[in-house]
Design a protein around this ligand. Structure first.
Ligand SMILES: *Cc1c(COP(=O)(O)O)cnc(C)c1O
Length: 370
C-alpha cells in the first residue's frame, strides 16, 4: 500500500460538510476582497499566536515582504538570516534590493546558531529573520538579546510553526513581526495561497494594513507605495473553518513524531529529530531524520520504489544557489547547513497517518539500511 508524504484529501473530507454551505453563502454575496471574514480570521489567528494585531496577506512570502517594507528596508541594507530554509526567507530580502547575510545553523534544531549572529552585524544591518524550521522554534532568547543590543527589529519566519512555543510563549508574537503561511502543506493550510503578519505594535499594524492595499488610506490617497498583498475572503473562510481543528491536528502530528521516535530507535545510521528544551511546543510541520554514512539518497530512492513519500528539505542551501552567486559565498562557508542538506529526509507526518502506516515507513527504513 502506498503512503503519500502528505494526504490533504482526508482533511478535506472531515470538514467538507461544514465548509461547503459557508462557501455557497460567500459566493451568493459576491464579496471576495478583504471584508468581515478576513477581519474575523485576523482576530482569531492573532489570539492563537498571542499577538495583538494581525494582517492577512496573499502568501507567507508576501508576509515577509510586507514586514520588510514596513521597516523601510531596501538597497544597501543587510538582513541576517539562515541559509537553510525555504527560498522565500532570503528571496523577500532581495526583492526590493536589500542583501541577505547568512549565519550557519545549529545542527540539532536546524535553526540559526545564535552565537554566530553578533559577528555578522555591521553598520548596514537592518533586521534579523530567525526561521522556526519544521515547526520547532529558534532560540529566541539569544536572537532577541542580540537584536535589542543593536536596536534591530526581529521578523520571525513562522511559516512552518503556527502554534509553536518558545519557553511557553507562542511564536510569531515574540519579535516585531511574525510571518505565517497558509500554503496547503503548512499546519493550517488554505485552498491556494495565503499568509498573515502578526504584530504587537498598533502603529506597525496600521502601516501593514495600508501597505497591503497599495499604500492607500483613505481610498485613492496614497502616502506610501504599497501593492496588492490582500488575502481573499474565500481563503479566510476556509481557514476559519479549519482553525478550530488546529490543536487536535497538531497533537496528532506530535503523536506521530513520538511513534516514529520509538519505531526508529536503535536503527543504525538514523538520527531522529531532537527538540531543544526551550522549544516547549514543537508543532512538527515536518518530521526530519538524518541518515548518516552517505546513504540518504539511496534511502530516499528506496522509499519511493516502495510507494512511500519522503522529501529532502532542502537539497541546496541558499548560499550555494545560482541566483545568490553574486553574494560571494562558497562551499564550506556554512558547514552545518551543507551537512543538513546532504543528510536529512522528511517522512510523512500528516495528522491522519495511521499506526500501521508509521510502522510500514519505519520497517522500510530499517530494511533499506540493513
Ligand atoms: C512556506 C514557507 C515560506 C513561504 O510561504 P508561501 O506561503 O509559500 O509564500 C516562507 N518561509 C518558510 C520557512 C516556509 O516554509
Amino acid at each position: 500500500m502506498s503512503i503519500p508524504l502528505l494526504d490533504l484529501k482526508q482533511q478535506y473530507a472531515a470538514i467538507q460538510a461544514e465548509l461547503l454551505p459557508r462557501l455557497e453563502e460567500l459566493c451568493a454575496s459576491q464579496q471576495f476582497i478583504l471584508g468581515p471574514k478576513v477581519q474575523e480570521l485576523e482576530e482569531k489567528v492573532a489570539q492563537v499566536c498571542g499577538g495583538a494585531f494581525a494582517c492577512g496577506v496573499s502568501s507567507g512570502s508576501d508576509a515577509l515582504q510586507i514586514a520588510l517594507m514596513a521597516e523601510g528596508i531596501g538597497p544597501g541594507d543587510e538582513v541576517i538570516t539562515s541559509p537553510y530554509t525555504f527560498f522565500a526567507t532570503a528571496g523577500a530580502v532581495c526583492r526590493y534590493g536589500a542583501t541577505p547575510v547568512f549565519v550557519d545553523i545549529d545542527p540539532v534544531t536546524y535553526n540559526l546558531d545564535v552565537g554566530q549572529i553578533e559577528g555578522k552585524i555591521t553598520d548596514r544591518t537592518r533586521a534579523i529573520i530567525p526561521v522556526h524550521l519544521y515547526g520547532q522554534t529558534a532560540e529566541m532568547g539569544g536572537v532577541l538579546a542580540v537584536a535589542r543590543r543593536h536596536g534591530l527589529p526581529v521578523i520571525e519566519d513562522a511559516c512552518q510553526a503556527i502554534g509553536a512555543e518558545w519557553q511557553g510563549k507562542r511564536v510569531a508574537s515574540l519579535g516585531d513581526y511574525g510571518c505565517l503561511s497558509f500554503f496547503p502543506s503548512k499546519n493550517l493550510g488554505c485552498f491556494g495561497d495565503g499568509g498573515m503578519v502578526i504584530c504587537n505594535d498598533p502603529a506597525k499594524a496600521e502601516k501593514l494594513k495600508i501597505l497591503r492595499n497599495h499604500g492607500m488610506a483613505p481610498q485613492y490617497h496614497h502616502h506610501l507605495i504599497g501593492s496588492n498583498f490582500r488575502l481573499d475572503a474565500l481563503q479566510a473562510l476556509v481557514l476559519l473553518t479549519k482553525l478550530p481543528y488546529l490543536d487536535q491536528w497538531t497533537q496528532a502530528r506530535q503523536e506521530n513524531a513520538r511513534d516514529y521516535d520509538r519505531l526508529l530507535q536503535g536503527v543504525e545510521g538514523v538520527e531522529t529529530p531532537k527538540t531543544a528544551s526551550y522549544a516547549t511546543r514543537h508543532v512538527f510541520n515536518q518530521y526530519v531524520i538524518r541518515i548518516k554514512g552517505g546513504r540518504r539518497d539511496s534511502v530516499w530512492q528506496g522509499l519511493k520504489e516502495r510507494g512511500i513519500g519522503s522529501a529532502v528539505y532542502y537539497p541546496i542551501p541558499l548560499h550555494l544557489q545560482e541566483c545568490f552567486r553574486s553574494l560571494g559565498y562558497r562551499e564550506g562557508d556554512f558547514p552545518e547547513s551543507e551537512r543538513a542538506a546532504k543528510e536529512t529526509l522528511a517522512l510523512p507526518i500528516f495528522p491522519e497517518l495511521t499506526l500501521a502506516q508509521k510502522e510500514e515507513v519505519a520497517q522500510a527504513i530499517r530494511e533499506l539500511l540493513a
